[in-house]
Design a protein around this ligand. Sequence first.
Ligand code: 9MR
Ligand code: ZN
Length: 571
Amino acid sequence: MKIYVNQMGYLPESTKMARLTQPGAKNETISTTPGKVQICTKDGVCVLEKDAVCFGWDESSGDFVWQVDFSELSTHGTYEIKCGEQISYPFSVGERLYSNLNVLLCKMLYFQRCGMALEEPYAGKFARETCHLAPSVLWTEYEKCMAGEMAVEDLQHFDIRGGWHDAGDYGRYPTAAACALAHILYAYRFFPDAFDTSLNIPESGNDMPDILNECLYELKWLLQMQDTDGGVYHKQCTLRHANFVMPCEDTNQMYLYPVSSMAVGDFTAVMALASRIYAPYDAAFAKQALDAALKSYGWLQQHPEFLGFRNPKETNTGEYGDSSDRDERMWAAMELYRCTGEEHYLLEARSFFDSLKSTTELGWGDISGFAGWALLEQELMKSCDQNCANHDATLSASEQTFRQAYQTAFLQEADRLLDTISGSGYGVALSPKEFCWGSNMVVLNRAMLLSTAYLLQAKKEYKDGVVRQMDYILGMNAVDYSYVTGVGSRSFCNPHNRVTVADGVEETIPGYVSGGPNGRPADEKAEWMILPGTPPMKCYLDIWECYSLNEITIYWNSPAIFAAAFLSVIK
Ligand code: 9MR
Ligand code: ZN
């Protein structure tokens, strides 16, 4: 029997769950009952005694599970849970836990910066040299050179620098970038008070909140990925992934891969969003972003057909393929409606909404839910000062009905997720089949969805659902890991991240979220080490080679930023 807790801890007022589990089989009857569970201070003083309630067998983990609700405990302090011989990791009860976590999660973005040296005052022992300053060439021109149709001297060179490395690799991808930016900019929009702490980055102390400083670094790179006709290159990458070297040593040629309509749609939307967010701080940038968005919107209108992206056969860097751009087009139209108030954008977004299968997804592949955030911005900004929400008080009939339809969609999805959570012994919003590559992203995206639902309708179960997802990420899971580096007694520490492997620093950069368990391991080491039949929640290894289990990315941190911001503000 083992006791699982959120290794970071719990907010004083929130519901608090622990779990006792032991491996079992579906139809086995377990005769042992855990007996009394004691919540004790670090000095061994028992402050609360509870009974564990039997959940039964949990399919995702293959474990037999008992749940302990100790929500009454609200006194700040450090505790442990005991049951017989078993003892949990220590955990805190405290007011600022999620605010502190949020700072670490946001600082990760600084550690992903490309094209500038990370200096000691900001990066400490993780200081490193600059990288990826050499010009990029167009993939299409390179292909012509290879075919003898163009002379190498005639290749155009593009000085496109900056932004965040996407992940454990050094590629930079507009669709992934826009997704992470949307999570963070909307987190800032809905919970501005959650971002009041300095991130200790070079820009700190100027007139902008640090999270906006950090996102501006990415946005300025993204602006450069726009072609003169409004098209947006799908990615800026080397042909093959770099070896496990520091970024400054990755000097292979970078290419600008062809335009995709997903990249154009995402670019349009996120630039329009940025123009609203940055307007009070940097009017010139806000205008530049809106102009860029309008230009790319023009491209979308001239190219109504889907323009997908597939990696050329020589290339093994990230693909971010997609089979539809309709969600991206809907988001773009909706953001431009928010910026301009022009009705035709609203009607266009509505027509996509009516024909899309899903409208509430918040991940890079399906970003449809971002359109809902834009549409319902006013409702979702309730938690900030009154003057935050300054949309027109008089809504057109079409906007009113659209807002209602979107609210219903979000709430229905949230209710569905609550059912999934109740069906999970560990309280995670994933069904057994949903443990995919980056399953922690799905968990965290669902935490964002439940946060959204709570803002629309303050039902306690929605907020508890967000807490359950963070509990899972921070240790309440069948492999006994906190999936955030540097947080909790047993956090994962060997991410598939070139910098961490190559930097020669023993400590792992804190604040990274792992991709998490993958029921269909897809890298050589994991395929070899994970035995067939392993329950999906246990298909995880803290081994750096396992990129399909243990990589890090900007858009796995960003939904955690959103959820942590929600929990640090909505108490
Ligand atoms: O996050 C992506 C995941 O959903 C896909 O299943 C996987 C395989 O296509 O790719 C992941 O994205 C990777 C990207 O292609 C390159 N940078 C690292 C990303 C995380 O592993
Ligand atoms: Zn770089």
